[in-house]
Write a protein that binds this ligand. Structure first.
Ligand code: PEP
Ligand code: MN
Length: 409
């Protein structure tokens, strides 16, 4: 049987950053061939539909809500976990929709968020040094040699877990008459997974990622001449790039030219994650430069990744910092007359204790305190807002000034 060739040339001929050191290259080739013979997980026309909805966000006529785990775990592709996340996201979307009077485009960090960039390739605990956890598609989170050794067969298990997750999203129980559309997204990091799942659409002859509707490049892999940006530039799906506090206006203009040469509204989203302390200082110059160049982009606030701190030896984030970054993001856009297009959260439907605080308003819970961090810290990577914190944050965002219609038409 012949295997369909990925229509995306191995962008990857350029050295891609943040790839695993697979111990057995022959096994990687076999797994890639298997993936290339499997059906894509999502359909091109659904990716096109999301792109059109994001076009509405770019025009100021809709709002994007993106959220889910930092790192999905294969064993948590269960009804309880997936339905919990989707139900919490949907509720938050409903709150924002009612308060903003705009449609809310809902996108999970779901069905593909199985690969993580790491600041250090190794981790040392009590004198033992092992490869860092790089996501369930690469290795296991347990600090043992067996778990931490990269195993390419995990990419096939990640594919199956993604397929299960998509089925769970489609078949979820919904309270009302109609289920909200929930699209899926993840960081396009792992080239050995993304390239074999990219396919040419027979109708349009364009290449699409088959692994998710919306894919993004992370803050660590967004070099304009790197393999990840090359990959995103060649797929027809809507794409996004994470933007940290060190980004310069020229970096964004270059990314916009590479990823959205046709200036199509909705094609490109910038997910800005500066930290609460920097957003008011850093964001105006970036938004001003992009607006001045006439490139339509969707501006999204990720209030998580610039606000990570260590408390009691654990990675965490303060609820108040998360809210403060979003408030700053809305303020900057209001002052520039641009559209605060959306928010991007690390959250879950479970009552985990990973982020601190919350519970300040008329909420039953007293909030998560430092002493609580150990009781339900279940994230394989970064700390997530729990269900109560997510819904409380939603009420606070709803109280921010309604995004106005900007540059409509
Ligand atoms: C993430 O979204 O989990 C992540 C690693 O983000 P960033 O690339 O912004 O650091
Ligand atoms: Mn994260």
């Amino acid at each position: 049987m012949s295997v369909p060739q990925s229509p995306v040339p191995p962008a990857a001929a350029r050295a891609a950053g943040q790839q695993p050191q697979w111990p057995d290259p022959g096994e990687v080739t076999r797994v890639r061939e298997r993936l290339a013979g499997l059906p894509p997980l999502v359909r091109p026309d659904d990716s096109d539909r999301l792109a059109a909805l994001l076009g509405e966000v770019a025009r100021g006529r809709a709002f994007l809500l993106q959220g889910g785990d930092c790192a999905e775990m294969i064993e948590r592709a269960t009804p309880a976990a997936v339905h919990g996340t989707v139900e919490t996201l949907s509720r938050l979307a409903g709150t924002l929709e009612r308060s903003f009077g705009l449609p809310v485009v809902t996108v999970g960090r779901l069905a593909g968020q199985y690969a993580k960039p790491r600041s250090s390739p190794l981790e040392t605990v009590r004198g033992l040094t092992l490869p860092a956890y790089r996501g369930d598609a690469v290795n296991g989170v347990a600090f043992t040699e067996q778990d931490r050794t990269p195993d390419p067969r995990r990419m096939l298990r990640a594919y199956e877990a993604a397929a299960t997750t998509l089925r769970l999203i489609a078949d979820r129980p919904v309270p009302g008459p109609a289920a909200r559309d929930v699209f899926v997204s993840h960081e396009a990091l792992l080239m050995d997974y993304e390239l074999p799942l990219a396919r040419e659409d027979s109708r349009t002859r364009r290449a699409y990622a088959g692994s998710g509707h919306l894919l993004w490049a992370g803050e660590r892999t967004r070099e304009p001449d790197g393999a990840h940006i090359a990959f995103l530039s060649r797929i027809a799906n809507p794409v996004a790039v994470k933007i940290g506090p060190g980004a310069r206006p020229d970096d964004l203009l270059r990314l916009a030219r590479l990823l959205n040469p046709g200036a199509v509204p909705g094609r490109l989203t910038f997910i800005v994650r500066t930290g609460a302390g920097a957003v008011r200082r850093v964001l105006p110059e970036l938004v001003g430069a992009v607006a001045g160049a006439g490139v339509p982009v969707v501006w999204v606030c990720d209030p998580m990744h610039g606000n990570t701190v260590r408390v009691n030896g654990r990675k965490t984030r303060y609820f108040d910092d998360v809210y403060e970054e979003i408030a700053g993001f809305f303020e900057v856009h209001r002052s520039l007359g641009t559209h605060p297009g959306g928010v991007h959260l690390e959250m879950t439907g479970a009552e985990v204790t990973e982020c601190l605080g919350g519970g300040s308003g008329a909420v039953w819970s007293a909030g998560v305190r430092p002493a609580d961090l150990g009781s339900r810290y279940e994230s394989a990577c970064d700390p997530r807002l729990n269900r109560t914190q997510t819904l409380e944050l939603g009420r606070l965002i709803a109280g921010l000034r309604t995004p106005s219609l900007v540059a409509a038409g």
